[in-house]
Design a protein. Structure first.
Length: 334
């Protein structure tokens, strides 16, 4: 079992996040109040951030035999890249369950990236490729580039004396059967390649230039070789291996550099309050939500010690810092 990964790093006042005095708090407009969504957290007058759906596959997760670390890692990395996770869904190995979860993400216009993790190995209970093909309405076919990756790795394993034959077995070849017309994601740490397919531009997101760039991106070639990185507002579906070290390698070394660029990372500020009672922060936090609807505010009691962490995050560093200063004012008034 992989060890848990730590939560998102905090960002304090300094060179990257300007410090502001209480009197210089930026005003929020009525337009900004109307545009703030549950997950987007836009600054005044701007569009929300592109949203990601994670679908984590595995009966072992639903049975409590394995702890999911892929979702935690992905949530942290995508938050840092400016593609926050809107939902994480855990489903079992049944084809119907996987296909329904994937289709739900495809049909949700607020989601610009869908990532499916797990279920692409060589055994009969690995059914994600079949499910994704069904969700896309495409045939399941042997992908030449995926097969080449598998053949190359098996040949190396044979040369090293690890396997008896240089030719892939039927179980090996199973991992090259994917939905027709998809691109592949290289797996630098394992045999099962991932896949990528463009779903089209988001119907009402980003600027006009974003939408034109989204329509010009393609998803059927070798992933990572495009001359221009896809727009944040183009919609994509990805399938990654579920083995944690393979998932991390594909996510961090292949997928994020090629398909999760061009957005804006959120600014994060944390304040720590030793020995504080969480209920005492209910009213100050309610006031912050009213005055700073573009800043998400959460309270997090710590297991070690009696500290209470208040975390504020948003796309505008000045607004986040102003919210932190306002919290101090409200606490002083209490």
């Amino acid at each position: 079992m992989a060890s848990p990964v730590p939560g998102p790093r905090s960002q304090a006042c300094g060179s990257k996040v300007p410090c502001r005095s209480p009197r210089s708090r930026p005003a929020i407009t009525r337009r900004a109040r109307a545009s703030v969504g549950r997950a987007g957290l836009p600054p005044s007058g701007e569009m929300p951030l592109p949203q990601t759906l994670l679908v984590i596959v595995g009966d072992e997760l639903l049975g409590g035999f394995t702890t999911d670390t892929n979702g935690t890692l992905a949530a942290r990395r995508l938050f840092e890249a400016g593609y926050p996770v809107r939902r994480i869904e855990i489903v079992g190995d049944a084809v119907d369950d996987i296909a329904v979860a994937v289709r739900r993400g495809i049909d949700d216009p607020s989601i610009t990236r869908v990532i499916v993790a797990g279920g692409i190995g060589p055994t009969p209970d690995d059914r994600t490729h079949e499910a994704v093909a069904r969700a896309l309405g495409r045939e399941l076919v042997e992908h030449p580039a995926a097969l080449h990756h598998i053949e190359t790795l098996v040949a190396r394993m044979h040369a090293a004396g690890w396997v008896s034959s240089p030719a892939p077995t039927p179980a090996n070849r199973k991992m090259s059967r994917m939905a027709q017309g998809v691109g592949i994601l290289d797996n630098p740490r394992g045999m099962a390649p991932g896949l990528a397919v463009e779903l089209g531009p988001a119907p009402a997101a980003g600027t006009a230039d974003d939408r034109r760039a989204a329509r010009s991106a393609t998803g059927t070639g070798e992933v990572g070789t495009e001359a221009v990185a896809p727009s944040p507002w183009s919609r994509w579906l990805f399938v990654l291996p579920g083995v944690p070290r393979e998932f991390a390698a594909v996510l961090e070394d292949v997928l994020i550099p090629s398909h999760f660029a061009g957005s804006q990372a959120m600014a994060v500020v944390e304040t720590r309050h030793p020995g504080a009672i969480e209920a005492d922060f209910a009213e100050p936090m309610r006031r912050l939500e009213m005055e700073f609807p573009d800043v998400a505010v959460g309270s997090y009691p710590q297991q070690r010690g009696r500290d209470l962490v208040i975390r504020m995050r948003g796309t505008d560093p000045e607004r986040v810092r102003a919210a932190e200063e306002r919290l101090r004012e409200l606490r002083a008034e209490a």
